[in-house]
Design a protein around this ligand. Structure first.
Ligand code: NAD
Length: 510
């Protein structure tokens, strides 16, 4: 495939290529006159711009998706399934190309980019089995001569709005299922790393997907608002920060749409005194600093039940000194943050920690980097004795900053976690099966790891948290994904027996 995510037309003022929309099965240059810069975070330079759609482009994208819907809905299940299988095969063969794109715009190391694609592939694989998951039910002779059955049908044009931190995986939580069951999709990816979405759309087209079934519309709030209020968009699937998720949920619900809006997180790891502290330290470092902490399932707070804190901090600290930070295209453990602005915001929490009297055990601002001087670097940071009223504890930081909070008992730890504003993921580390069983019953969090630090459910379960981590009652993928992207009709039918007739104004009773 010779596809590049950018149009051939350079921006006249910058000389850089522009990432175009993907509408009607082809790249379409933006017409709004607005663009945003896209950085290579390891180099710290703008490498391209991305088109930002205006309302006219939103209307054109949705019109194309709407026109494609009847034909795609009526395409046989067998044909749709063949295209899904072909897409899966192509994606698996060429995932290296996609990983390169992810690293160049997000900054995550290549192995992590490949891991992200693998988790997205799982959902594609689940979606290939869609015929089994959208079967209806049938009841014969519910009344004399009357049969009732249900049928699951696609919604129409559905909108997906995704965050910067998983430019391939998060869109793949939604569009493979939505498309397999017969919807057409308009995806609005993050403007920070937009090219992966175009690459996926081009690959799907190569797999045989008809034009207009999968649209990528780039943009910012203007494009998002256009989708939220568009009368031909039937549902919105959103993933991003909590304030925006709440806004999306309220706005799209008011506009009469089905909405699932997944928000931010602050994930705690509860460590009981009987835990294997080497396993805990490995897990805390992996889950705290993988992808530079830019994961909604990252561990951001270790809750140590005393007396283990001092010993555990020593073990975590020694592992942190071995971590290498650098350009994700080279061999290293951790890449840069996504933008300078985000890097500076994350680093500002280290100042807040010092002001609030916390103990900064490892300060990532002095990191030694294998990369360009202008990259958006921040090294792994460890902060002990974080006060519970500090913004370091109460806010989502979304970077390589791991906090430690000390508690006296299991009960105190559970109370602390349950008092949090978010409820995305959590983990308990212990060798006591009874304690772990009690934890999974008592904790008010959607995804729970038992001696597993990042419990992202496999594709055939569903992904989603509680409280400020989700708005709406449907989680992503799994059976809930199929439910979200289909609507059910119940059909009551009678084929008249020529010998039977007559008037009866009541409900049939036999
Ligand atoms: P973000 O909320 O800034 O952006 C998400 C999407 O919303 C993007 O497409 C963006 O263009 C759009 N957007 C931004 N501001 C908007 C506005 N004012 N109005 C309308 N649309 C707007 O999030 P981000 O920084 O790209 O991603 C990181 C966040 O996503 C973190 O909070 C992280 O926890 C969260 N996240 C959550 C999950 C989950 O499953 N719960 C998964 C991944 C990321």
């Amino acid at each position: 495939m010779t596809f590049t995510a950018t149009s051939a037309t350079p921006e006249s003022d910058t000389g850089l290529p522009t990432v175009s929309h993907w509408i009607d099965g082809a790249l379409r240059a933006g017409t709004s006159g607005r663009t945003a810069p896209v950085y290579d975070p390891a180099l710290g330079v703008v490498t391209k711009n991305v088109a930002l759609a205006d309302q006219a482009e939103v209307d054109a994208a949705v019109a194309s998706a709407k026109a494609a819907f009847p034909g795609w809905r009526d395409t046989s299940i067998t044909r749709r399934q063949q295209i899904m299988f072909r897409f899966r095969e192509l994606l698996n063969e060429r995932k290296g190309e996609l990983a390169d794109i992810l690293t160049s715009e997000h900054g995550k190391v290549l192995s992590d980019a490949l891991g992200e694609i693998t988790r997205g592939l799982e959902v594609v694989e689940l979606a290939t089995g869609f015929p089994h998951l959208i079967k209806g039910e049938y009841s014969q002779q519910v009344s004399t001569g009357v049969d009732v059955y249900s049928t699951k049908q696609p919604l129409g044009v559905v909108g997906v709005i995704s965050p910067f931190n998983f430019p391939a995986m998060v869109p793949m939580w939604f569009f493979p299922i939505a498309i397999a069951v017969g919807n057409t999709v308009v995806l609005k990816p993050s403007e920070k790393d937009p090219s992966a979405a175009n690459w996926l759309a081009a690959l799907f087209a190569e797999a045989g997907l008809p034009d207009g079934v999968f649209t990528v519309l780039h943009g910012d709030k203007v494009a998002v608002d256009g989708l939220l209020n568009h009368p031909d968009i039937k549902s919105i699937s959103f993933v991003g920060s909590t304030p925006i998720a709440r806004y999306i949920y309220e706005t799209a619900s008011r506009a009469g749409k089905r909405v699932q809006a997944l928000g931010g997180a602050k994930n705690h790891m509860l460590v009981l005194p009987d835990a294997d502290l080497d396993l805990v330290a490995d897990s805390a470092v992996n889950a705290g600093f993988g992808s530079a902490g830019e994961r909604c399932m990252a561990i951001s707070v270790v809750v140590a039940v005393e007396p283990v804190a001092d010993e555990l901090i020593g073990k975590i600290r020694s592992r942190m000194t071995a971590l290498t930070v650098g350009d994700g295209r080279r061999s290293c453990d951790m890449g840069p943050l996504v933008t300078r602005q985000h890097r500076d915001k994350v680093a500002s929490y280290i100042d807040i920690a010092l002001e609030d009297g916390a103990d900064v055990v490892v300060d990532g601002r002095g990191v030694d980097v294998d990369g360009a001087a202008d990259g958006f670097w921040l090294g792994p940071t460890l902060i002990d004795r974080v006060p519970l009223d500090s913004r370091v504890y109460t806010e989502e930081i979304f970077g390589p900053v791991l906090s430690v909070v000390r508690v006296a008992s299991y009960e105190d730890g559970v109370e602390l976690i349950n008092a949090g504003a978010f409820g995305n993921g959590t983990a308990i580390f212990t060798n006591d099966g009874g304690a772990a069983r009690r934890f999974q019953n008592e904790i008010e969090v959607g995804m729970i790891g038992i001696n597993v630090p990042i419990p992202v459910p496999v594709a055939y379960y569903s992904f989603g948290g509680f409280k400020n981590s989700i708005f709406g009652d449907s989680k992503a993928y799994g059976l809930q994904g199929f439910h979200f992207f289909t609507t059910e009709k119940a059909v009551t039918s009678r084929w008249l027996d020529p010998s039977h007739g007559g008037i009866n104004l009541g409900f049939p009773q036999n």
